[in-house]
Design a protein around this ligand. Sequence first.
Ligand SMILES: C[S@@+](CC[C@H](N)C(=O)[O-])C[C@H]1O[C@@H](n2cnc3c(N)ncnc32)[C@H](O)[C@@H]1O
Length: 225
Amino acid sequence: MTGTLKTSLSKIAYWVNDVFPGAKSLIPKSLHRFVLLRIVGMNDQYENMLRRNPERLFLQNEALPWVSATYKQVLFVGTAVYTYQYERLFADDPNRYTTIDRNPSTKVWGSKHHIVAPIEQIEQYRPPGFFDCIVLSGVLAYRIPEHGDYGLIEHDDLRALLKVLHGVLRQGGLLLVGWNLRDMTQSLSQLGLLEPYFAPTDKTPWGPRKEFPGDPHVFEFYERR
Ligand SMILES: C[S@@+](CC[C@H](N)C(=O)[O-])C[C@H]1O[C@@H](n2cnc3c(N)ncnc32)[C@H](O)[C@@H]1O
C-alpha cells in the first residue's frame, strides 16, 4: 500500500473512531485488527523492539512457548498491539488462554476470553485456583504519564496484588513477573513481598531469574505456596 493511500485511510479510520466511538464494538475483531495493523500501521513503531529486544525475543520465543506447553490455564496481564500473536500458542484450545487489561482500548488485542478490568479485580471474574500460570510482564511500575498510565509500585499495593493472584492461582502454579529495572530496581522477592503467598522457584528452564546482559529487563519466576 502506498504511503499516501495509507495516510488517507489512517485518517479515515481515526475519524470513524472519533465520530462513531461505538462502531468498534460492531465490527469483527479480525477486521478491527486488520485496520489497525495494515491501515493505521500501529505495529510499525514496534518492529525493532519485536525483532531485536532480547527480553521481547525471550518472552515470545522461549518463555511463552514453554508456559503454553507446561501449564493449562494461563492468564496474560496487559495486552498491546504487539501481544496479540501470543494467542497462537494456545490455538490447540483457546479456552485455556485468558487476557486482562484495565484499558478498554486494548481489548482488540486480547484473547477470546479477554477481561477489561484492573488485574487487582481478577477475583471478581475467575474462581479460586482457576489458573495454572499468570504472566505479569510490563505491568509493575510501568509508567506512561502522558497516557495517564501508572503501574503498581507502592509496597502495600504490590502486597495486595500478590494476595489476589495467590487466590486465583492453584497451589504450585507459576507466577512469571517481568519488568524494567529502571522503573523498579528490586524484585518482589528482593523487596521481601512474596511471603506468605509465593516463593522463588527454579523449576523453570532458566532457574528463578532471567537477566539480559546490557539490558535493564528481567524476569523472575515464583511458585504459588
Ligand atoms: C507495557 S504494556 C505491557 C504489555 C504486555 N503485558 C507485555 O509485556 O508485552 C502495559 C499494559 O498493561 C496494562 N496495565 C497496567 N496496569 C494494569 C493493571 N493494574 N491491570 C490491568 N492492566 C494493566 C496497561 O493498560 C497496558 O496496556
